[in-house]
Ligand binder design. Structure first.
Ligand SMILES: Nc1ncnc2c1ncn2[C@@H]1O[C@H](COP(=O)(O)OP(=O)(O)O)[C@@H](O)[C@H]1O
Ligand SMILES: [Mg+2]
Length: 365
């Protein structure tokens, strides 16, 4: 004699879908139910089987999805066995999927992330010259902001001199592209996009101005940023086409200036001049990088590169000096991202705490 449990199904298809609503695609961070990735639900007695369609075959995240789906199904009352089959979308299904991700923006010429109601703050990190640690500051500040609970994106706008993927240790990563929609590379809750990901074998980028501007625009329009609170842009040094493009694309962007301690009046003037070109960009502050070396044993500070550069630039730009980042030893620099408990990591934590209110953001809990 069959028990009542075996004779009738214990849950409905709707309940199965409801249970899976919380499962997100690990790459695009949207519900797999909402994205219509769940198909062929069959319930027989206490066992349930579903098919989940992924965008590409051999998707490295398939086991993650498989497990989260199976776990959720087994939480359903009366369900004892769960079977998850992983399939691949047809071209048509993939196009529909990309359409869902693009959402409203598809019909609009302004990319979703640049819509005034998107609620995303932009912070461009700039410097008068190269080698002052602009990319290092961008990357470490991004990480520190993420540590404070913000959802952070980084655009490596240094199209020729890209270095953000190297700093985050993801040089070999290649973003998933779904129907021409690019999924950013995510490292420790920071979403990254860089020209590096699109250049085979580190070939030099040889595009001219207009093409560069187009590339930069693509970083906004063709990338699925999802929900982000703040996007940092690592600008190329000095003035130039890209800086002007950023100004045009992001008239409301705020700006953080990175400098070194060498006090040099001419340099300050150059930097102030650069800012003059971007009059609308509010400068939130100045970071003095490689400010001093602190003896690990005795704590004594040595000002290897002189003093006063940060303060001088800050005064010239009428902006606050927000951080003095100490010089790191080669060991501490090995990974590009400083350890949270290192003097540099602490400086970035403090900087993040100052930047959050300056951007009008609140810490998420
Ligand atoms: N606080 C620091 N202490 C020691 N070395 C640093 C520090 N900040 C940056 N560097 C190093 O200086 C070099 C230039 O930094 P980078 O961030 O690439 O500068 P930029 O983007 O301005 O050209 C890199 O090798 C980087 O590792
Ligand atoms: Mg750089």
């Amino acid at each position: 004699m069959n028990s009542a449990k075996e004779a009738t199904t214990v849950v409905t298809k709707e309940q199965v879908l409801d249970a899976l609503r919380d499962v997100e695609d690990p790459e695009v961070h949207r519900s797999i139910v909402e994205l219509e990735m769940v198909k062929d639900i069959t319930i027989e007695g206490s066992s349930v089987s579903v098919k989940v369609l992924l965008t590409i075959t051999g998707c490295p995240l398939r086991t993650v999805i498989e497990k989260s789906v199976s776990d959720k199904l087994l939480e359903l009352p009366g369900i004892e066995k769960a079977y998850v089959e992983i399939g691949t979308m047809s071209d048509e299904e993939r196009a529909k999927f990309a359409g869902k991700l693009r959402g409203k923006s598809e019909a609009q010429s302004t990319p979703a992330i640049l819509q005034p109601d998107a609620g995303v703050e932009f912070l461009a990190v700039a410097s008068g010259k190269g080698g002052v640690g602009k990319s290092t500051v961008t990357a470490n500040l991004a990480k520190a902001l993420a540590n404070e609970g913000l959802r952070v994106g980084v655009i490596d706008a240094d199209i020729y001199g890209f270095s953000i993927p190297g700093i985050f240790g993801v040089k070999d990563a290649r973003p998933t592209v779904i129907d021409e929609l690019i999924i950013p590379i995510e490292v420790d809750n920071v979403k990254l996009i860089s020209m590096h990901f699109f250049v085979p074998n580190n070939n030099p980028v040889v595009w001219r101005g207009p093409m560069l501007g187009k590339m930069l625009r693509n970083f906004f329009a063709e990338v699925h940023w999802g929900d982000v609170d703040v996007v940092l842009l690592d600008l190329p040094p000095g003035t130039g086409d890209i800086a002007m493009d950023v100004h045009q694309l992001l008239p409301k962007s705020k700006e953080l200036i990175v400098t070194t301690p060498q006090a040099n009046a001419a340099d300050v003037a150059v930097r102030a001049g650069i800012m003059g070109l971007r009059t609308n960009h509010e400068i939130v502050g100045v970071v003095e990088n490689m400010a001093y070396f602190q003896c690990p044993g005795c704590g004594e500070k040595t000002y290897l590169f002189g003093r006063g550069g940060g303060e001088e630039v800050a005064n010239a730009l009428k902006a606050p000096l927000l951080a003095e980042v100490p010089i790191a030893s080669m060991d501490a620099l090995a990974s590009g991202i400083f350890a949270v408990d290192s003097p540099q990591g602490q400086a970035f934590k403090d900087l993040a705490k100052r930047i959050i209110p300056a951007l009008g953001l609140a810490v998420r809990v």
